[in-house]
Design a protein. Structure first.
Length: 141
């Protein structure tokens, strides 16, 4: 089970790298679009980067979730902290798919948010990761 745990941590770390970086691309993209003279070449490059990163993130997320499920079933872990953790994981999955919607919006030139909104949006995975790590390590309840 230690190999499964190691793989789970590796894929979670990789998935979170994408969850941290993709919204940062959104910040930059929104800033380009908010400029007085938007640069189409830069916008097109950001669209490409966003699409490629998002496509790469999905297998990472699935592997992280799959190995996590394997650990959960293998160890039979339960408790209130686990229910809280699984709720946060569900929120992360929703966040991931909402990022996909935002990639699509940018790709179709239908972005509806400014760079400040994306700066706040970018903080959510940091907060969720902090809470999940505390729940897993400290098991406060």
């Amino acid at each position: 089970m230690l190999w499964i745990k190691a793989l789970h941590i590796i894929f979670i770390t990789s998935w979170f790298a994408g969850l941290f970086y993709l919204p940062r691309l959104f910040v930059n993209h929104a800033m380009v679009l908010d400029a007085q003279t938007p640069n189409q070449a830069t916008s097109d490059q950001l669209k490409l980067m966003e699409r490629k990163l998002y496509r790469f993130m999905l297998p990472l997320a699935l592997l992280a979730l799959g190995f996590g499920l394997w650990l959960w079933l293998g160890y039979g872990i339960s408790g209130a902290w686990m229910h809280a953790k699984l709720t946060l994981v569900a929120i992360l999955v929703c966040y991931h798919f909402y990022c996909g919607k935002l990639v699509k919006d940018f790709n179709q030139d239908k972005n509806q948010h400014g760079h400040i909104w994306y700066r706040w949006f970018n903080e959510l995975p940091v907060i969720l990761l902090t809470a999940v790590v505390i729940l897993v390590v400290v098991k406060p309840f």
